[in-house]
Write a protein that binds this ligand. Structure first.
Ligand code: AMP
Length: 347
């Protein structure tokens, strides 16, 4: 059978890294992005620039590819669903519908008896005033929030009075967890009970943006097993095809909570490119293109640092040792808080 051409919606660094992995497998890639400067076009075989609701551009894209996947979860559900009617989209758009909405996502996880932080849905200020037991807490938009965007820390009832937001948009108020650690699990599901799961990755955030990741995570065996079991359960329940990430909190009493699910390859899994025989990106391509599932094997322990904003400039000039792997995302403009590249070190 000839190799399919893979269409990828979204053109950021995750798209770039997917394209590089596809190249290794001799699979052609076409990026569709609403950003004319999308960095992934430097790594793909083709590039289509267009708005995500432009039917002509969507058709142009669909006609050039055999299978479609995406590298960020906030593509309008309607768009994904329309595309899926004409050409198979993996993971399925119905999964996105759940995960795009923090309330639907948290309800879905809790219904499986998997622990999350305590939360309530809020669309009126008075609801927070009546939920004092959830303070200190975080108020998060139900849609389109990432890297701490659209999040407000509420220390006490006084801070609620100062909030200048449009409540009717809908929010989730989440109890603040006294964090001991954050970990994530990357899992690629190929089919029913067929998956490859990476060991937990320990993550450190600065200003709510991922800064450092490392393996092995310094966690108990119990947490290791529980986080894996929950991740497998979530992937199976979602009937997920491809690579996804489950982000976890561990509190001071060693309780594990699912923070959120990313229905795509994930920043914390960048170290899998160098630390494993098969990366999260290659596994995603293998799963969505129905290629062979190869058991993953760790080559080395590793740590990764995200290069954010103008931090990239110094790294562009450095020389690297043979255990260091520098990735430049070739973004046109350096912006504060923007992920510009990363460095993985095998340890
Ligand atoms: P999120 O965008 O929801 O993944 O949040 C980004 C980061 O903010 C997380 O990785 C945590 O470091 C922090 N954070 C978010 N929600 C909570 C919470 N309920 N308790 C403690 N820290 C949180």
């Amino acid at each position: 059978m000839s190799k399919p051409t893979l269409g990828i919606i979204g053109g950021g660094q995750l798209g770039s890294l997917l394209c590089s992995a596809a190249k290794k497998l001799k699979i052609k890639t076409i990026i569709f992005s609403d950003d004319q400067n999308a960095p992934a076009q430097n790594f793909s075989d083709g590039f289509i620039y267009g708005k995500y609701d432009d039917p002509n551009k969507i058709n142009e894209f669909i006609n050039q590819v055999n299978i479609i996947t995406y590298e960020f979860e906030n593509i309008p559900f309607k768009t994904l669903d329309e595309i899926d009617k004409k050409k198979s989209v993996l993971p399925k758009p119905s999964i996105n519908k759940i995960i795009q909405h923090r309330l639907a996502e948290k309800d879905f996880i809790n219904n499986l008896k998997i622990r999350t932080t305590r939360y309530i849905y809020v669309d009126k200020r008075s609801q927070i005033e009546n939920a004092k037991d959830l303070l200190p807490g975080l108020l998060k938009t139900t849609t389109l929030g990432y890297d701490g965007k659209g999040q407000f820390f509420l220390n006490n009832i006084e801070s609620v009075k100062d909030l200048d937001i449009n409540f009717s948009k809908g929010y989730i108020l989440e109890k603040l967890v006294e964090l001991k650690k954050e970990i994530s699990i990357i899992i690629t599901r190929f089919d029913e009970k067929k998956y490859e799961i990476y060991e937990p990755i320990e993550n450190l955030h600065e200003d709510q943006i991922l800064k450092h990741s490392r393996i092995p995570a310094d966690i108990s065996n119990k947490i290791l097993e529980q986080s894996k079991l929950w991740s497998i359960r979530l992937a199976e329940e979602l009937k997920f095809i491809g690579t996804m990430c489950v982000e976890f909190f561990i509190d001071k009493n060693d309780n594990l909570y699912v923070n959120e699910i990313a229905p795509r390859v994930h920043n914390s899994g960048h170290l899998t490119i160098n630390a494993f025989n098969i990366s999260q990106f290659e596994n995603h391509i293998r799963a969505v293109c129905k290629l062979e599932q190869i058991p993953i094997k760790k080559i080395s322990n590793a740590k990764m640092i995200n290069l954010i904003g103008d931090q990239i400039s110094a790294y562009r000039k450095k020389n690297y040792a043979s255990n260091e792997f520098f990735f430049d995302y070739f973004k046109k403009e350096i912006k504060q808080k923007r992920k510009m590249g990363h460095l993985t070190t095998l340890i």
